[in-house]
Write a protein that binds this ligand. Structure first.
Ligand SMILES: [Fe+2]
Length: 213
């Protein structure tokens, strides 16, 4: 049995149109995400074989491959659930996501400033990457991270709660080279209930880093 499996989409391929076309969603989930799942499982097998045979010549590549594919699998799994055809707007108390709204305001000054930072971080990735809103457990605050590939440039221990895929495969068929337009459109499909649930779950964990003074 493989360790990791591709999760089903929580909606059909057309659910996010016109912001994201059905063709992109199908390829992105069924081909790209599936490849990360396979890559993570294959790498675990290769690492098990290396341990069995005590052959460590490929250890650097295998550890990098595990970080890449596992992070790709995790980020895409969050990405699908972060979006909804009924999403958009901003988190508001009346929608039951007041704690998230307060945390955004406290951590970034205002929703508008947060939106500007995450939009800019996602749209200016060099090569392939993500813009990520993460809960940072040491400070108990939210931070924006600009992730390289799927796994680089992240703060250890932070939990991603809202992720914007800025790889070309996420938008090129529809938006061509207009990454800024794609990122701006993404805000129309953000599922704030999902983001708020992730925020609550991340916060409710005790001192996972065991670093409290
Ligand atoms: Fe992707």
């Amino acid at each position: 049995m493989p360790v990791y499996t591709l999760p089903d989409l929580p909606y059909d391929y057309a659910a996010l149109a016109p912001v994201i076309s059905p063709e992109i969603i199908e390829l992105h989930h069924d081909k790209h995400h599936a490849a990360y799942v396979k890559g993570a499982n294959d790498t675990l097998e290769q690492l098990a074989e290396a341990r069995d045979k005590e052959t460590w010549g490929a250890i650097n590549g295998l550890e990098k491959s595990l970080a890449f594919h596992l992070s790709g699998h995790i980020l895409h799994s969050i990405y699908w659930r972060n979006m909804s055809g009924d999403g958009g707007g901003e988190p508001l108390e009346k929608d039951g996501v007041g704690e998230l709204a307060d945390a955004v305001a406290e951590s970034f000054g205002s929703f508008a400033r947060f939106k500007a930072q995450l939009s800019k971080a996602a749209a200016t990735t060099q090569g392939s990457g993500w813009g990520v809103l993460a809960y940072e457990p040491l400070s108990g605050r939210l931070i924006v991270e600009q992730v390289y590939d799927h796994q680089g440039n992240v703060g250890q221990g932070a939990t991603p709660i809202l992720v914007f895929d800025a790889w070309e495969h996420a938008f090129y068929l529809q938006y061509r080279n207009q990454k800024v337009d794609f990122i701006e459109a993404m805000w129309q499909v953000v599922n704030w209930q999902d983001v708020a649930a992730r925020y609550t779950a991340a916060r409710s964990r005790a001192d996972v880093l065991l670093l409290a003074p």
